[in-house]
Design a binder for this molecule. Structure first.
Ligand code: S3P
Length: 430
């Protein structure tokens, strides 16, 4: 697949489940690799990013068996990983690279971590700096970019106040903390996703976590677990958005992750007029989940800023692309991090909204998108710049635009939601 045509849909109706949550899948796989015994992970994400994590832990000596979304991982124990024969390839996955760097900082052997062209342009000083403070030797290209060469060993616990809101950085430091002498604390001003803290507790680590602060004790062994990954709420957001846009639509999403550090997007959509109902809430393996019911609703528009932007960081592309369909438009502030994702998402959003006939302006840390008064969107050629979330956001906009939309290099959706286009086709009525 290189390009994907999207024709307008009348409605999105029915019921579906989502791929396993990408963030949680990475964490379960990494912790299983350094636990004692064999873990099983049900509903492991089919995303290319999560396959990158499995490839890396296998190269480091964990045994991995993958069958129909179920992964069995024979862990090596906290100190049982062995030096990989070649550089570890994280592909397009920032989460793989940044979290694994924390584990590798605690190993006595040397590792090289690299990735694709996009990942090799993403900032790594944010993890190099705290890992160096803990005593690891980490070399990066021009002090900032992958490949990273990591020589670990004896680490000292630190207290780390995060300069930017990032669950990847927090997780990297906490994972290194497993190998440090003493207790490592991470303090954050915005409570970012806490899957690492929850997963560490499940695997038996000594961890104390409250909103905005987590402390892990070094040296305590992890034990294998049987876990089930809930559906991915960030992937669900694209289907929810399509349902909201098309009159007469009704959709039920089964077994979606509802961790409170991830649900800001639901609150934001509800504040704009969306009718969203959650049923059957329960918790498995420390992670809340439930079914989501959504129907079409006219959207008012709104402003995202401060910690809300940080907590919706992966959903902001979809929200921005909803802007032209809202009454007042959508403005996103305090989201400078969007510039250093798989692509510069602010630039990609502005360019593609304009290609579809919408009005959008960028700021250094955000974007403002005019609402319906700027006129309806028309189909266009979309350039996602290899970014899965840009491709999916504009595919959804294309369902509600006039005429045909073409998504270039559409295979990039495989990074997080390989069956995205098939799922849309199953649910769309034309
Ligand atoms: C993630 C954290 C976020 C998010 C990414 C997944 C994670 O990145 O954008 O898609 O799984 O920890 P940052 O930590 O860079 O904000």
């Amino acid at each position: 697949m290189s390009e994907q045509k999207i024709t307008p849909a009348r409605t999105i109706c029915g019921e579906t489940s989502l791929p396993g949550d990408k963030s949680i899948s990475h964490r379960y796989a990494l912790l299983a690799a350094i636990a004692r015994g064999t873990s099983t992970i049900e509903n492991y994400s089919p995303a290319a990013d999560c396959a990158s994590t499995l490839g890396c832990i296998e190269a480091l000596g964990a045994r991995v068996r993958l069958e129909n979304g179920r992964v069995e991982i024979e862990g090596a124990g906290l100190d049982g990983l062995r030096e990989a024969a070649a550089p570890l390839d994280a592909g397009n996955s920032g989460t793989t690279l940044r979290l694994l760097a924390g584990v590798l900082a605690g190993q006595t052997f040397e590792s090289v971590l690299t990735g694709d062209d996009s990942l090799r342009r993403r900032p790594m000083k944010r993890i190099v700096e705290p890992l160096a403070r803990m005593g690891a030797l980490v070399e990066a290209e021009r002090g900032e970019f992958p490949p990273l060469r990591i020589r670990g060993g004896e680490l000292e616990a630190i207290r780390y106040e995060m300069p930017i809101p990032s669950a990847q950085v927090k997780s990297c430091v906490l994972l290194a903390g497993l190998y440090a002498r003493g207790s490592t604390t991470v303090v954050e001003s915005v409570a970012t996703r806490d899957h690492t803290e929850r997963a560490l507790a499940e695997f038996g680590a000594r961890i104390a976590a409250t909103a905005g602060m987590a402390t892990v004790s070094g040296g305590s062994p992890l034990d294998a677990r049987s876990l089930e990954v809930p559906g991915d709420l960030s992937a669900a957001t694209f289907l929810i958005a399509a349902t909201l846009l098309l009159p007469g639509s009704e959709l039920r999403l089964r077994n979606v992750g509802l961790n409170p550090t991830r649900t800001a997007v639901l609150d934001f959509l509800i504040s704009m007029g969306a009718k969203i109902r959650v049923t059957g809430e329960c918790k498995i393996g420390g992670e809340p989940r439930g079914d989501i019911e959504v129907g079409h609703a006219p959207l008012d528009g709104g402003v995202s800023s401060g910690g809300v932007s940080a907590r919706m960081i992966d959903e902001l592309p979809m929200l921005a692309a909803l802007g032209p369909f809202t009454q007042r438009g959508i403005t996103i502030l305090d989201a400078r991090e969007l510039r250093v994702k798989e692509t510069d998402r602010i630039a990609a959003l502005v360019e593609n909204i304009r290609r579809m006939g919408g009005r959008a302006e960028s700021f250094p840390d955000g974007i403002t998108v005019a609402g319906r008064s700027a006129g309806p969107l028309h189909g266009a050629e979309i350039e996602p710049y290899g970014d899965h979330r840009i491709a999916m956001a504009f595919a959804v906009a294309g369902l509600a635009a006039q005429g045909e939309t073409t998504i270039q290099n559409a295979e990039c959706v495989g990074v997080s939601f390989p069956a995205f286009f098939q799922t849309i086709e199953q649910l769309a009525e034309r």
